[in-house]
Structure formats: structure tokens, C-alpha cells
Ligand binder design. Sequence first.
Ligand code: IMP
Length: 433
Amino acid sequence: MSVVIVVGAQWGDEGKGKVVDLLTEQAEVVVRYGGGANAGHTLVIDGQKLVTHLVPSGVLHPGKRCVLGDGMVIDPHTLLEEISACQARGLLARGELLIGAGAHVILPYHKLIDGLREDRHAATARAIGTTRRGIGPAYEAKAARRGVRVRDLLVPARLRELVAANMEELLPLIQHLGGAAPGAAEIERWTSDALAAGARLAPSIGDAGRHVYQAIKEQRHVLFEGAQGCLLDLDHGTYPFVTSSSTIAAGACQSAGIGPTEVDSVIGITKAYATRVGGGPFPTELHGAAGESLRQAGGEFGATTGRPRRCGWLDLPALRMGVRLSGMSGLALTKLDVLSSMPEVLVCVGYRVEGTEYDEPPGDPDLVSRLEPIYARYPGWGELPRDVRELADLPAAARDYVAAIERLAGVALTLVSVGPDRNQTIRISDPFS
Ligand code: IMP
């Protein structure tokens, strides 16, 4: 039995979906923790694409239990659409999905407020560039102890009371943000739609925490699937340019309701370069043609919003911070193939500001905006061979690059991904063994 947590080691979009899909071959229970439909995992199986936002990427393996932990914020309509898309492909049979009754619900007013705030700050230095999925406002309600939980969708009187109490406070905010105050009929429609969605989801709603704990006690392999990345963590990321949940490995315990002593290993996922969506510091960002060519080569457009991702060189100080925050025991390196077109590959190994060097991103936002990356340079390796199964199959320059990342990050590599398909993977060690 093993309990493995998979986390994004950067700012999200590291290719967690593919790694979770691979590890799910062995896992019996796959648990999504934290966040909501702001995440988007693109899965490519036999050349076919499936994007999931809420359902864990483990869904591609029939017979596995997919759990949505209590720490999540769930848009019931998005979830229903996703369940239908999975079932249309013969996936997610009845009984395979368990939705934590304690998870919070995203309602239309959360998305409205998220969007209004974004519009207000668009094109200013304060713009977070959220996914507009209502994530921040839903977690605000949770922290203020007035959130709506999944279990409330099953009790009409309680849901109506909660929505009414929330709207009383939020109507002035919506107007202050320049929005049109929703009328009673619209609020009633939001509520009845949520109740209808709750009725459809009811057979899958249950006690996620107990189920996960029981699976661990029954010696089953359990896989926790992180969303976003360590540097978007609410407490430890590049605040305020972060998401509103705990994205580090500790968030898995918090969300699912298990203790840290149950966890056997933490696998961090990092791309061979770096990307970020939305605002916030990104010291190694490549602008102009260089950034564009990396974006095109890597297909770096958001799976949730379609936004072009900002692209740059791998940032080791930021990666090392992720390693520290999540206590990573292994590292999965993804998208190595994307760098094949580069004549030279750079890696940021530290930062400098006015003569002072930093080996992790400093917290002070004034300093962060002035960081100059210190780069190590590696020769490019050209196209990778078609059939790469072992590190030894890689060109020598690519092998050197991979070895340098492992050494500089200070964590052993678990796998290296050299393309989107399952078989384009070099497996080095098995976290479940
Ligand atoms: P929110 O989570 O929608 O509130 O967005 C807050 C910040 O996190 C924005 O910069 C988003 O672009 C970023 N973000 C949220 N989810 C993801 C993700 O799954 N991948 C990458 N960035 C994300």
C-alpha cells in the first residue's frame, strides 16, 4: 500500500494530468484536492484529447474510485457537463465518482464577482488574471463561514436561506464593482438550478474523508492529484498573484482529511522550462519572438481559458522553493521534447539584485520585480529519437540537461516525459513500489 501525492512544482500546467494518468494504472483511489474548475488537465490517449476540470485525471482508467475532496470548490453545472462528457466516452461508470459533501459550491454570483473584479483591474498592475471561475469569491465565503456546501444542495430550505443571506451582503458589492444587481427572479433561478444539479449529483455525494481514510487502512494505493502549482499557493506562493487554496502537498491532507503520517511520497511535476498564466512575477520570462516560439512549440495555451501562457526558462530557485514547500521525494520532468528546437537551453540558477544573490524567490514584492536571473547555459540537442524509453536513448546533450536539473533541484527524477502520449515516457522509478 502507498499513498502518493502529485503536485505541480511551478505555476501550474506542468503536465500533471499525464503523470496522474500513468500512476493511476496502480492506484485504486484517485483524489482531487483543492481548487475547482480553474484547473484544466489535458489528457491525450491514442491521439484523442479529453480536458477535465474537476474530475480527477484518473478517470481514464475504468474501475478506479475518483474522489473530489472536501477542500474543493465545485461548480455543480460544470461537474455535470464533465460527467456527461466522460460517460459519453464510456468512462466514469456509476459508483466510480465520490463528491465530498463538505466541499463548497460555486454559485453564479461567485463567478459574477470574480469577473467584475477582473474587469475592474484589467490592464493594471493589480490584475490577477484569474480564470473567472468564481474560485476566490467561493473561498472567501468559506473563510467567512457563510459558504454553501455540497450537502446544502440536498436541503432546499437550507440552500435558500444561505443564498438569501449571502445575497443580502453581496448585492451592494456587485453594484460597487459596476455590476447590475440580480433581481429576485434571477436569484431564484440560480437557486433552483443548483437544487436540480444537486438532485442529479445526489447518488455520488458522500463522506469523502472517511472513504479515503478507509482505503488507506485497507492497504490500497491512493493517489492525490494536485491542481495548480506550489508557487500559486495562497500562503506561500507569489501573493497576491496566487489562487485561493492550498496547492502544496500539505493541502492534500487538509482537503481530504487525513494526517501527514499517512503519506508515503510526494512527486513534484516540473516542465523542462517554465510557464505562468495571469499576472505576477516571472523573472525568467521570454518576451517577443523567443517567448512566442516556445509557446507555439509547447502548445502553451490555457486548457481552461484558452489564454496564451507566458513562457520562459526553467527557474531553479522557484523550483527549489516548491521542493521545500511540498517536501518532494521525487520529480517528474515533462515536455523535454519541446526544447528540441532550441540551439541553446538556459536555466536560471539564482537571482541577483544590486550585487546581492538569492537562491529562492524573496518575499518582498519590490525586490521580486527587480530580480535579474543568473543563467547556466546548455547546448541544444535537436530532435529527440522517435522511440525513447530510457535515459540512455536520449542524445548526450539532453541527458546532461536532465542530470543538471536533478542535481540542481536536489530531488531524484521519477520520470521524464518526452511527448503527450502515455508511451512517450521514460520511467525511472515507481512511486507505488
Ligand atoms: P483563480 O484560481 O481563477 O482565482 O486564478 C488565480 C491565479 O491562478 C491566476 O493567475 C490564474 O491564471 C492562476 N491559475 C488558476 N488555476 C490555474 C491552473 O490550473 N493553471 C495555471 N494557472 C492557474
